[in-house]
Design a protein around this ligand. Structure first.
Ligand code: UVW
Length: 345
């Protein structure tokens, strides 16, 4: 099988275990295709009490940039207006009769600093799409670095993700049934790699059953620890705290492939443990679960979400499922986006 967009062949061979092409030659939303109207209604049926929970951290968390050197806290700036700023600005400057006072701001926002979605343009891999022995940098469904997803080292114009941008995710509405697996209640803040066996045990113990297209939310306690650190994160302590998925566990990756999950969202930095467990092959991804989900399956990852209040409420009601509404910003060409996910139970 090969994939063509117009006359351009994007790939002749697809990565082993990938679903490239299964949702269409030019598909840009991957597993979000599973969110049909009836799947969404399954989610809406989970809204039984009308209680809602905001699953976002304040977007100035984690604080500083020790957890990711290239990502910084939101930075506000203020436009000038007349001989003042457009902040606490009195419209009486335009006409003495006006009583209005207004504030506006601009913000430099690193899209993946805090509670966020990893978009499908966030993570690609070196892969031999032509089958000629030459790996090239590509993303889900064979979209190309430098052509479809363009950075400043390649060109100075039309920068960003012309394909696979986060606006595609936003347009789907991102709403459906979700389940929360509470690893924090099992492991507390102990650092532990959760592969297939541990995840299956947790799902069984917590009697979690899946619908036709679910978001899997993973509560580890990592965000609670971050909140306690109050914008001064201790990187060493965080690296050694809380459960994280073991992206090197092939059985876990196969289970994700065979599932009908739409996306995986966690309250930790990368859903999976990072750094990941060692690999003994010659070449390998540093972030194997990212490769598997974002690159091979077109499955978005939610990171640094906040689950404590939701987890407490679900425990009180002896349930684990809820309605999730979590669109990213409708921001064309972005590789990721802050999110304000809302759980309704
Ligand atoms: C890490 O920073 C490890 O992951 P991501 O780029 O997905 O946030």
């Amino acid at each position: 099988m090969s994939h063509e967009a117009g006359s351009a062949i994007r790939w002749r061979t697809r990565p082993e275990g990938s679903n490239w092409g299964d949702f269409g030659v030019n598909d840009e939303v991957g597993r979000l295709n599973l969110l049909t109207a009836s799947a969404r209604l399954e989610g809406i049926a989970e809204a039984r009490t009308g209680k809602a929970f905001n699953l976002s951290l304040p977007l100035d968390f984690p604080g500083g940039n020790v957890l990711h050197k290239q990502r910084h806290a939101p930075l506000f700036s203020f436009a000038e207006r007349g001989d003042s700023f457009n902040y606490n600005y009195r419209l009486s400057a335009a006409c003495a009769c006006f009583t209005d006072v207004v504030c506006d701001e601009a913000v430099t926002l690193y899209t993946q600093y805090s509670t966020q979605w990893d978009g499908l343009a966030h993570y690609g891999s070196m892969f031999d799409v032509e089958g000629n022995g030459q790996p090239v940098p590509v993303y889900y469904n064979g979209f190309r670095a430098g052509l479809d997803i363009v950075g400043p080292s390649e060109r100075q114009d039309d920068l960003g993700a012309a394909r696979l941008g986060i606006e595609n995710m936003s347009r789907t509405g991102v709403q459906g049934r979700a389940v929360l697996v509470d690893l924090h209640s099992i492991y507390g803040e102990e650092r532990i790699l959760v592969g297939y066996d541990r995840l299956m045990r947790a799902l069984d113990d917590q009697k979690i059953s899946f619908g036709s297209a679910d978001f899997l939310c993973i509560y580890t306690g990592f965000s609670d620890l971050l909140l306690r650190m109050n914008r001064k994160p201790d990187a060493l302590q965080l690296e050694n705290a809380c459960a994280a998925l073991d992206g090197r566990d092939q059985r876990l990756l196969h289970w994700i492939s065979d599932s009908s999950l739409v996306a995986i969202c966690a309250d930790n930095l990368a859903v999976e443990a990072y750094p990941a467990a060692p690999s003994f092959t010659k070449k390998y991804p540093a972030l194997p679960l990212h490769e598997h989900c974002l690159f091979k399956l077109g499955m978005h990852l939610g990171e640094l979400w906040y689950f404590k209040d939701l987890a407490d409420a679900l425990r009180r009601e002896s349930r684990s499922s809820f309605l999730l509404t979590a669109p990213p910003l409708h921001l064309p060409r972005a590789a990721g986006s802050p999110a304000t996910p809302i759980a309704t139970i």
